[in-house]
Design a protein around this ligand. Structure first.
Ligand SMILES: Nc1ncnc2c1ncn2[C@@H]1O[C@H](COP(=O)(O)OP(=O)(O)O)[C@@H](O)[C@H]1O
Ligand SMILES: [Mg+2]
Length: 395
């Protein structure tokens, strides 16, 4: 079983790419499910066919589905919310506020991922392709399993005191359910989910970008966080590339020229990940026939279901008081390393190679003390955060 998740800023062509990959996978004979978890569904539009919250068969090997996250939460985990809002009301929180507060952060996202995992585990599909919510949200979503299990374990630890107080009332409201069994079930589901999501033999994350600065920056930020949490990225889709040779007139030629600059930037930033390029089509794309063309242009001879890149694109480890970040840069020649840090960005120069790195917050607050490049790996050390003047010497 394979799980392929497409991430990208809204509008870059994520839904189109996910659907095209699915159509291509089905052509290659894989039993394929393409599923959207974005609340702003557009998968049905891309496939040009109505979809429901259960898989709809579209051809011999292809199924499509739009998960209704809100329904999922209500149907399967509604009792948890009832429980939390009951607790909060007992603590004097007003009715409607209690309802809102009882929404566990990340719950919807976790539930939609749990749903996909269940679907994947039925064995009905060889590959499940996910058209996820825009990058920022999805990255937050992917960091949820950790956060969620943390919340859940806190709540469970509170049981002796908190629950005892609330139990009679809760029992009255939801007599047939044992809330802790539910929470435990959810927690176990989330732990198993995380194992699936970081297993590089099962899950692959692909970033969809356009040849535009902001889009590439956002994808790079996503790549940083995915790596940090151990989610295996296996490629980048560079969509909407203007064909230089077909660009006519000064305006189009200039646009195509600017794009080529960003195209190079994408290769510099995402190497050694493979990049699949798709042209900017001069028409609306919809329906299986169009998607088949998009999929074939994108992947050519490559089987998009197979894992396309193995290994880490970056690694951060703790060594004593320091953090060490390691980046494999296989195509870079040996040279002197120069670096400048500004906020969460680190600018690296090795000979005539340049790379801007986006640092996770935990590294951004530390000074970058030393960088060495050897055997194709760049190693950067980060010292202890400088003490803030306001708190220094207190306590
Ligand atoms: N390579 C392309 N060339 C032309 N139009 C495209 C291309 N990729 C996507 N589109 C169109 O752009 C719009 C947005 O694409 P979509 O896949 O829905 O983006 P996202 O899911 O990232 O928001 C759709 O109308 C789609 O048909
Ligand atoms: Mg979309």
């Amino acid at each position: 079983m394979r799980l392929i998740l497409y991430l990208g800023k809204g509008g870059v062509g994520k839904t189109t790419t996910a659907a095209a990959t699915a159509v291509r996978a089905a052509e290659l004979g894989y039993r394929t499910l393409v599923v959207s978890t974005d609340v702003a569904h557009s998968l049905a539009d891309a496939l040009d066919t109505p979809l429901g919250s259960l898989p709809t068969q579209l051809n011999d090997h292809l199924w499509g589905q739009e998960v209704n996250v809100l329904d999922e939460v209500r149907d399967h985990w509604g009792e948890l919310r009832t429980y939390f809002s009951t607790l909060l009301r007992r603590k004097g929180v007003e009715e409607i506020a209690a309802e809102e507060l009882a929404i566990i952060p990340g719950m919807e996202e976790v539930v939609s991922l749990l749903h996909i995992r269940r679907q994947a585990k039925t064995g009905a599909f060889d590959v499940v392709i996910v058209d996820a919510a825009p990058t920022g949200e999805t990255v937050r979503l992917l960091t949820m399993p950790e956060t969620f299990t943390w919340y859940a374990s806190r709540v469970m630890d509170w049981e002796p005191t908190t629950l005892k107080a609330a139990r009679p009332l809760v029992k009255q409201l939801i007599p047939a359910t044992d809330i802790f069994a539910t929470l435990d079930r959810l927690n176990k589901g989330v732990i198993a989910l995380r194992e699936t999501l970081i297993d590089p033999a099962i899950s692959s994350y692909r970033l969809v970008v356009n040849p535009e600065r902001i889009v590439i920056k956002e994808a790079q930020r996503a790549a940083t966080y995915l790596s940090l949490f151990g989610y295996p990225i296996d490629g980048v889709v560079l969509n909407r590339v203007l064909p230089v040779e077909q660009a006519e007139g000064a305006f189009m030629q200039e646009l195509a020229r600017i794009q080529q600059g960003y195209r190079k930037l994408a290769y510099d930033l995402f190497s050694p990940l493979p990049i699949w390029e798709g042209p900017h089509y001069a028409r609306d794309l919809a329906g299986l026939k169009d998607l088949s063309e998009v999929g074939q242009r994108l992947f050519g001879e490559v089987d998009p279901v197979k894992v396309q890149f193995r290994g880490k694109t970056q690694e951060i480890v703790r060594e004593g008081q320091e953090y060490v970040m390691r980046l494999p840069l296989p195509h870079v020649e040996i040279g002197k390393v120069a670096m400048t840090k500004r906020g969460d960005e680190l600018f690296i120069e090795i000979g005539n190679f340049r790379r801007d790195l986006i640092l996770p917050m935990s590294l951004a607050e530390r000074p970058a003390t030393r960088a060495v490049f050897r055997s194709g790996v760049l190693e950067i050390r980060f010292g202890t955060p400088e003490a803030l003047p306001l708190t220094a010497g207190k306590e």
